[in-house]
Design a protein around this ligand. Structure first.
Ligand SMILES: [Zn+2]
Length: 166
């Protein structure tokens, strides 16, 4: 069951469920609740064990679709990669220079509302959402707000959003 750390090869990895800040997603505020993390007691190396990764990434993408304010740089990058576009692909579809996309993704410039909307529509089109909030899109304001905070936990049939403890 347990196995040696593949980083140092000195100790057995410990495995337990954790609340894990999922920085690997590229999104700064996504917390995975109750996911298995294997940690090496010797060198500190860790491995995240993710069930149903495709569903997880879809859950995160669909949560971003519902965000009521303009997408942040990391969120733009996440969704753009989610639909498999390079920065150049995205620039071509939106009709801007690739450097403009780069500026959006690094938060140097805010994304325009039309481009924001197009990106969300592409995500929705590629991966249908049951109740796609098209009406909500018209309410997206120009104000920049902090990145969406998300806590998700693996369930029997996918991933579910969980409410943060007060
Ligand atoms: Zn180790």
């Amino acid at each position: 069951m347990s196995k040696k750390c593949r980083n140092c090869d000195k100790a057995e990895m410990n495995s337990r469920p954790e609340t894990y800040l999922y920085k690997e997603s590229g999104l700064p505020n996504v917390v995975l609740v109750g996911v298995e993390v294997r940690r090496c007691p010797s060198c500190g190396h860790h491995e995240l064990v993710l069930p149903r990764v495709t569903e997880l990434h879809r859950t995160l993408a669909h949560a971003l679709l519902r965000k009521s304010s303009r997408l942040s740089g990391p969120e733009i990058r996440y969704l753009r990669k989610y639909i498999g576009w390079s920065g150049a692909d995205f620039a071509r579809h939106v009709g801007v220079d690739p450097s403009t996309v780069s500026n959006w993704e690094t938060d140097k410039d805010p994304i325009g509302s039309t481009s924001d909307r197009l990106l969300r529509l592409m995500v929705a089109h590629g991966a249908p959402v049951d109740e796609y909030p098209l009406d909500e899109l018209t309410k997206i304001g120009d104000e920049q707000t902090p990145p969406l905070e998300l806590r998700v936990s693996p369930k029997a049939r996918g991933w579910e959003q969980v409410i943060a403890a007060a």
